[in-house]
Design a protein around this ligand. Structure first.
Ligand code: 4EZ
Length: 229
């Protein structure tokens, strides 16, 4: 077993790197990858840079070049569901791409021919996450995660995404990573801790809570790695 652990920003992977053993850095395809071990389990860690294009590239490289057979994403997200508070831990029960739009031709929002509006994570990894949450007494929420190449910071935009996709959380990489894993038959799981509420305060809250929320997500993902090993 070789587990890919992916984040988008340096702040999302730093709390992972701090806890790994035998780290060796490999530079490849214009990015840095960290081969390492966690409690004896082989992992490859990277941050992709923000957005769908970069995260598609990095997820593909982790699987095709580094030979990872499982992918866990760790990072932060904006809350769309009013019940989600800053610091809450959420996994994606399914993912969609909110800015994929050829509705002018009568297609559903988030759909293109031969594509999927929703992509689902691996059910076994969801079970592993639930059992980690149970045994550690950590509250793990689930929700529909909407991905797009925009930082959402307005009530209006947030409501539109909620109405169109029934989304609970918003970020910029989940769907593209899910798409790569789905196409290559690699089990994946997308975990996010809430950093902001995707409203007018979003950029301020994001800056204030990025580090703390990123660590909440990273710590949980490492518990999952231990359980999988
Ligand atoms: C993208 N990530 C944010 C990157 C922001 C600033 C320099 C997560 C995220 C997010 N994405 C947290 N809150 C969000 C929001 N309100 N909209 C979109 O994955 C980079």
């Amino acid at each position: 077993m070789k587990i890919a652990i992916l984040g988008a920003m340096p702040e999302e992977v730093e709390p992972l790197l701090e806890k790994l053993d035998d780290i060796s850095r490999v530079d490849y395809a214009d990015n840095r990858y960290y081969k390492a071990k966690y409690k004896g389990v082989e992992v490859v860690v990277a941050y992709s840079k923000i957005g769908c294009a970069f995260s598609t590239l990095t997820a593909t490289i982790l699987i095709e070049h580094f030979g990872c057979d499982t992918l866990l994403f760790s990072g932060v997200a904006g809350a769309i569901n009013e019940d989600f508070k800053i610091g809450d831990l959420i996994y994606a029960s399914k993912l969609c791409k909110h800015d994929l739009d050829i509705t002018a031709f009568g297609h559903p929002a988030g759909f293109v021919p031969e594509g999927k509006v929703f992509i689902y994570p691996d059910s076994n990894l969801v079970e592993v996450a639930k059992s980690v949450a149970n045994s550690k007494g950590i509250e793990l929420k689930e929700g529909v995660v909407a991905t797009g190449d925009q930082f959402i910071s307005s009530q209006e935009k947030k409501e539109q995404i909620k109405e169109t996709f029934n989304a609970d959380a918003i970020e910029m990489e989940g769907y593209s990573v899910a798409l790569v894993c789905d196409a290559l038959n690699v089990p994946f799981f997308i975990l996010r801790a809430i950093s902001d509420s995707a409203d007018m305060d979003a950029s301020f809250d994001f800056d204030a809570f990025l580090e703390k929320s990123a660590k909440v997500s990273a710590d949980f993902v490492l518990e999952m790695v231990e359980k999988l090993g």
